[in-house]
Each structure stands twice: as C-alpha cells, then as structure tokens.
Design a protein around this ligand. Structure first.
Ligand SMILES: [Mn+2]
Length: 320
C-alpha cells in the first residue's frame, strides 16, 4: 500500500494535509512532516486544521504556515492527505465536507482506523510520525533536521515521553536515527513538558480541587466559564488527564471539558489493560487502547455521568 501511495503522490501536484480536531503533538508533527516531504518533492502543499495548534508546539518548523478552515482555499489543493486521524469525521465539521469531495489518502497509527479514504496505510506504530517516516523512505526523500524534529516530537509526545506500554527497542532505535539527523531531545522535551503557563498551572490546581476518586476511577469536569475565568484555552489543558492517571492505585482517568454549550470533550486514559478506546467508541469517538477520547453533545453533568457509568460497566466486566 505504501508503494501505491508513494506513486500517487509522485503523480499529482497539489495537496491539502489535515489531522484530527484538537490537534496534539503527534497530529501537528505528522502533518508538518508530511508538508516538508511534499515540499522536498516540489509539490504544492498546505496544512489546514479545524482547531488552533497548542501554544507549546510553536517551535515546530512550519507551524506558522498552518491555516484555519476559513483561510483554506479548498479548490487550489486538489488531493487530500489526512494524518493521525482514526476516522474521517475527526478532521472536524468545518473540514469534513470539503474533504469528502477530494481523493483522500489516510495515513495513521490508530488500530481502530476503519481504513477510510481512497488509499490508506494504517500501521500500529507508536506515533503517526513513524508512519510518515516510512512513507518518506518509500519516496526516497532524505531525512534532515526539519523532518527529524517533527518526527521525534510526534513520537515523544504520543508516548508521553517514552513512558507508554508501546515503547520498545524499535521506538528507541527510530528515535536514535532521528537524533542522528539533527532532532534535539532536550529542546523538544523542554517545549513539550516544561512550558505550562502560570494560568494553566492555576487551572490544574482548580481541577484537582474538583477531582473525584471512586473505585480506581479518577475524574474531573471543567465547565466552560472556568476556562474563561482562568484565561486558558481548553486545548492547552490536555496534560491534566495524564496527571490524574499518575495517581497510585488508579486504573482509569477521565477529563471532561465543556468546550461550548452542550459540547463536552472527553479524554480517557488507563494504566491497566482496560481498552478505553472501546468506551470512547460507544460515544462516537475512538483512539488507542490506553488513550482515547470522544465528543458528547449534552450537558457537562450528563456527559460525565454517562461516561463514568460506562467506565464502571467495563471495569466490572473486566473484573478490575
Ligand atoms: Mn497520534
């Protein structure tokens, strides 16, 4: 399949690249990695995302070129490449229609990806950037510092700083290759994990004061007005669910953000073997076995209740 995708890319001129809504480190890095590969092949390319890039990713090469849906001139870029998005709708409502009219290449590492699009390559790698690097090799584009920085950032971010269960020798070997090509581990780690703003830290304090723990489940729900009160964008709080999971004895952590009225973004994490992506799928979302999410159109209270009930149900079934 990679060969077919590579020859399709070689045979066409202009591409729009996108990724999932609320883009994280791997989403932005794999989209930019794809962008730089296309540039090296002298293609016309543009990256568009339905939500803004989190502030701590502003060091990535090319991040300033990323467009919002309003800035995107859909007709100018004929083909579409979607990276790191487990299903077609996760590109977001503002982009989904536009992408439906295009030839779509789906490059991903989510095991529950149904294989949407006209061509797809889904490999169960630890990051989408590992998938993009494979495509780079197939296309014979040389690795350089720009690409290596994007690739390393996606992998370091999606493995939570090499702490996830899927970190093995191949993950470290590919990282070593990228460092050899110029990726700077300390610079990337500082940007990813040590750039919380003081308001974000204060919001974390508030979140902890509103956190519940019951039966090895930890969760916290943040109403929309709280983000306004602290002056923090909901996209800049993705670290909180990981902090919650880090509590000793916890199996599942859940973080609920009311991003708009009756629009609740849910993040789920586990450190047990309970596949949280199957819980997210029940609500129309998805993701990885140990990290998944969904968007629920209901009140914050209802969404919280429904998801926590579902988590309990799955934990009981798994005898956790
Ligand atoms: Mn990813």
């Amino acid at each position: 399949m990679l060969d077919q995708i590579a020859s399709f890319i070689q045979g066409h001129d202009s591409f729009t690249i996108s990724t999932h809504m609320s883009p994280d480190g791997d989403a932005v890095s794999s989209a930019l990695g794809m962008y730089w590969i296309l540039k090296k092949l002298d293609k016309k390319a543009v990256v568009v995302m339905c939500d803004p890039v989190p502030r701590h990713l502003d060091f990535l090469p090319g991040v300033e070129k990323i467009l919002s849906p309003k800035e995107w001139d859909e007709a100018r870029y004929e083909q579409a490449i979607v990276v790191d998005s487990g299903n077609a709708k996760r590109v977001g409502d503002q982009l989904y229609e536009g992408f439906r009219n295009k030839f779509v290449i789906n490059l991903d590492h989510h095991v529950d990806n149904p294989g949407y699009g006209n061509l797809h390559y889904v490999a169960g790698h630890a990051s989408a950037t590992m998938v993009i690097d494979e495509l780079r090799e197939t296309l014979d584009v040389p690795l350089d510092q720009t690409l290596a920085t994007c690739f390393y950032t996606g992998l370091f971010s999606d493995t939570n700083g090499y702490r996830n269960a899927n970190v093995d020798g191949s993950v470290l070997a590919v990282s070593t290759k990228w460092v050899g090509a110029g990726a700077d581990p300390h610079f990337i780690a500082k940007n990813l994990f040590e750039r919380q703003s003081w308001p974000e830290m204060q919001l974390l304090g508030y979140a902890l004061s509103e956190t519940h723990i019951e039966d090895k489940i930890i969760w916290c729900a943040i109403p929309h007005e709280v983000f306004d009160r602290f002056g923090v964008h909901p996209n800049d709080t993705d670290g909180i669910v990981g902090q919650l999971r880090s509590v000793d004895g916890i199996e599942v952590s859940a973080f609920f953000k009311e991003i708009d009225q009756d629009k609740v973004k849910v993040s789920l994490r586990t450190k047990s073997d309970l596949p949280v992506n199957s819980i997210a799928q029940h609500f129309g979302g998805g993701g990885h076995v140990k990290a998944a999410g969904c968007l629920i159109h209901d009140t914050l209270d209802n969404a919280t209740q429904m998801v926590i009930d579902k988590v309990r149900e799955h934990m009981t079934a798994a005898q956790l």
